[in-house]
Design a protein around this ligand. Structure first.
Ligand code: C2E
Ligand code: CA
Ligand code: CA
Ligand code: CA
Length: 280
């Protein structure tokens, strides 16, 4: 470790100092924030290209702090991953998703599947799948209405363990999506070994620099056609323009998730968006 001599100290910007302060702050507040329901579930619609309807959405967490305002996940997820709190938060998110689904089933008659993000931080713990099943079974919903999104680079070190946990969750009727597909090292190897239900093509391909755009689009095309021949449902993430939508339609992508249609929305806004969108 570098000692805090006056010389090295100047390397650390004010921003970094503040950031560290923030993490300490967040850490001291997280438990009570969870108790006080400050963590909110936001939903981002996934639009099916074939019928231009919403049949699915992704649950994304936001921290609505009375002191700091709406805190985006990139500020606290890495911290919670390190200090272990993410497991508790994600279990809370799954519970929230169950409540929403139960309500939709009973009151609104909205047949929408919701996906939840899982982290490698806890999925390999013994008994993980059973814990999920128990939690979900306290609510009366079909397991197939819940999908779990797992980031592909998880596989990098734990491919056997991952395969077995995915199979176990699928055995219980949950669907599994491979998140951020193409952003890591092991995508193709993973496809060989693990029978995933859905592939989410990473947004890096859409964020490519102008001179790399064409190559990126060719890669997406290839990935989509490969997924199709493996009977894997495809979702493109981070879609922002009409041009991208047209291209993805042409390339045979199943679903689109991105700002082009909607940002992640709070519950109330999502309901509004959904009803207007479905009627169009
Ligand atoms: P992710 O799982 O890859 O989620 C997609 C992210 O892309 C979301 O960011 C979403 O708002 C953003 N996005 C969607 N469409 C567009 C677009 O058209 N353009 C751009 N520029 N961005 C778009 P968000 O909500 O800030 O979440 C960031 C990451 O934090 C997520 O990436 C996920 O890894 C993690 N995360 C969020 N919520 C949870 C959670 O409840 N549990 C866990 N374990 N991780 C979560
Ligand atoms: Ca995700
Ligand atoms: Ca993603
Ligand atoms: Ca991501």
């Amino acid at each position: 470790r570098i000692k805090d001599t006056p010389e090295t100290f100047s390397f650390f910007s004010h921003e970094m100092y503040e950031m560290q302060l923030d993490e300490k702050r967040m850490e001291s507040l997280m438990e009570s924030a969870l108790e006080a329901s400050e963590f909110k579930i936001y939903l981002q619609p996934k639009v099916t290209l074939k019928d231009k309807k919403i049949h699915a959405a992704e649950a994304l967490v936001r921290w609505n702090s009375p002191v700091y305002g709406l805190i985006p996940p990139y500020r606290f997820i890495p911290l919670f991953e390190r200090n272990g709190f993410l497991e508790k938060l994600d279990m809370y998110m799954i519970e929230e998703v169950c409540r929403v689904l139960e309500n939709w089933q009973k009151e609104e008659k909205m047949p929408i599947r919701i996906s939840v993000n899982l982290s490698r931080m806890y999925i390999f713990k013994p008994g993980f799948a059973n814990k999920i099943v128990e939690l979900v079974n306290r609510h009366h919903i079909e397991h197939s209405m819940i999908e779990f999104e797992i980031t592909e680079n998880v596989i990098y070190d734990h491919s056997e363990e991952l395969r077995s946990i995915i199979k176990e969750l699928q055995h219980h009727g949950f669907l599994i999506a491979m998140d951020d597909f193409g952003s890591g090292y092991s995508s193709l190897n993973m496809l060989k070994d693990i029978p995933i239900d859905e592939m989410k093509v990473d947004q890096v391909f859409f964020r490519a620099e102008k001179e790399n755009k064409e190559r990126s689009f060719e890669i997406i095309k290839g990935v989509l056609s490969m997924a199709k021949s493996l009977h894997i449902h495809t979702v493109a993430e981070g879609v922002e323009t009409e041009k991208e939508v047209a291209f993805l339609k042409e390339a045979g992508c199943d679903e689109i998730q991105g700002y082009y249609y909607a940002k992640p929305l709070c519950m109330k806004d999502f309901m509004e968006f959904y009803h207007t969108f479905q009627e169009e």
